[in-house]
Ligand binder design. Structure first.
Ligand SMILES: [Zn+2]
Length: 134
């Protein structure tokens, strides 16, 4: 799914409010400005010192960002809190869990995480050791 946001009007961390799905899968980018219907062109914009690829309207100057550029912005500015880097430990790939997730799901040492493959990513279902005892 491609999400396009107006770069100026919306807060980056609330971009779900302006989600807009494009019609078909093949239509990768929007072609015209939502505001003035003029053609948009691939361009670059700098937000808070971070260079982002955007689509810019040639007439009114409105800038549009894709979801991947928004994620890049969130990561680089530290706005995305529920995000962790993959690391390597010996032969294993690991990721630390955010503390709020551990607390909310009451995850304790010895509990299990059930991985489910989903089209949009990986879902981890916590299974508490105390619930499967005996
Ligand atoms: Zn425009």
């Amino acid at each position: 799914m491609l999400v396009i946001c107006r770069a100026r009007k919306y807060h980056f961390n609330s971009h779900q409010a302006c989600e807009k799905e494009t019609g078909g899968k093949m239509k990768k980018f929007m072609e015209t400005c939502y505001k003035c219907k003029s053609a948009v062109k691939p361009s670059q914009c700098i937000k808070e010192g971070i260079t982002l690829n955007c689509l810019k309207c040639s007439r009114c100057g409105e800038e549009y960002l894709t979801s991947s550029e928004l994620i890049k912005f969130d990561i680089k500015t530290g706005r995305r809190k529920l995000i962790r880097k993959f690391g390597i430990l010996g032969d294993s790939t690991f990721m630390r869990l955010p503390i709020e997730v551990v607390k909310q799901y009451k995850i304790k040492p010895g509990d299990y995480g059930l991985f489910e493959k989903r089209p949009e990513g990986i879902l981890i279902k916590p299974v508490h050791a105390r619930d499967i005892k005996g």
